[in-house]
Design a protein around this ligand. Structure first.
Ligand code: CP
Ligand code: NVA
Length: 296
């Protein structure tokens, strides 16, 4: 049985999943998951993840059940193990948006059906598979492209981008203040697949970039650090000057939600090089492909 907990889990399968997402988007889809049930546990807020899984599963003929953590007994102390074992008796798939990667792994260890990581404190694989699908849609390839990520290099998006971009044959730079650099484990794993640069120096970092990426400076769970994060990350904003440095046909990406005036200006995010709403749409197509792959 397969799970999607980390980008590592799609090694060797990534391009096939992406291509299936693009194919369904362009050419249509069938009821491949007719009568399948996806249970979704949310410990954190969500717009895209919830709606894209619900609509995507409906398109494939299946159904979803939304479980806010405080609506289920897990919120009152029922163990993750028992929750996993019980939900596995009703559902064919479980999606989990968690605060803790340890809890994510525990759920997957006990579930008897595939578990999908819908974001935790370490990774956001659904988003990065989607992002790579979006890059391929716009650039017709992945191999040999250069991605540059500015901002919080220590968050879930940075970690999954490191793994996903290198696995896809892209170079990736993380441009962040030293205290927000990614953990060595992610950098070292990514370096097994491709070229990784981690730097504090913003000037010149976007040169030759095909893809410029950022994410919020204050991820869910980091709210108590908001003040110091905004101060430290302020110089790493993606703005017109950064986009000027990148290739003229570079695209701008952000998983959303965005905080305009912080990690990116609205001018860039809603400008001609931005593909942020394609990314949002593609969550649905990519996750349809992920669910089909997990249940194959
Ligand atoms: N990008 C993303 O995961 O968005 P939501 O938090 O709205 O699900
Ligand atoms: N890094 C962000 C992504 C939100 C989709 C967070 O974890 O809040």
């Amino acid at each position: 049985m397969k799970h999607l907990i980390s980008m590592v889990d799609v090694e060797g399968e990534l391009e096939a999943i992406i291509d299936d997402g693009i194919d369904m988007k362009r050419n249509g889809y069938r009821r491949d998951l007719a009568d399948k049930i996806l249970a979704m546990i949310f410990e954190k807020s969500s717009t895209r993840t919830r709606v894209s899984f619900e609509v995507g599963m409906q398109k494939l003929g299946g159904h979803t059940i939304f479980l806010g953590k405080n609506d289920i007994q897990m919120g009152r102390g029922e163990t993750i193990e028992d929750t996993a074992l019980v939900l596995s008796r009703y559902a064919h798939l479980i999606m989990y948006r968690a605060f803790s990667h340890t809890d994510m792994v525990e759920l997957a260890n006990h579930a008897t059906v595939p578990v999908i990581n819908g974001l935790d404190d370490e990774e956001h694989p659904c988003q990065v598979i989607t992002d790579l699908m979006t890059v391929k849609e716009h650039k017709n390839r992945l191999k040999g492209l250069k991605a540059v990520y500015f901002g919080d290099g220590s968050n879930n998006m940075a970690n999954s981008l490191l793994l996903g971009c290198t696995m896809a044959g892209m170079d990736i730079s993380i441009v962040a203040p030293r205290q927000y650099w990614p953990a060595d484990a992610y950098v070292n794993k990514a370096r097994e697949w491709g070229k990784v640069t981690v730097t504090e120096v913003k000037e010149g970092a976007a040169l030759d970039a095909d893809v410029v990426i950022t994410d919020t400076w204050v991820s869910m769970g980091d709210e108590t650090e908001k003040k110091e994060r905004l101060a430290a990350l302020h110089p790493y904003q993606v703005n017109a000057a950064v986009m000027q440095e990148a290739k003229p046909d570079a695209i701008f990406m952000h998983c959303l939600p965005a905080y305009y005036g912080n990690e990116v200006t609205k001018e860039v995010a809603h400008g001609p090089q931005s593909v942020i709403f394609d990314e949002a749409e593609n969550r649905m197509w990519a996750q349809m492909a992920v669910m089909k792959w997990l249940l194959k």
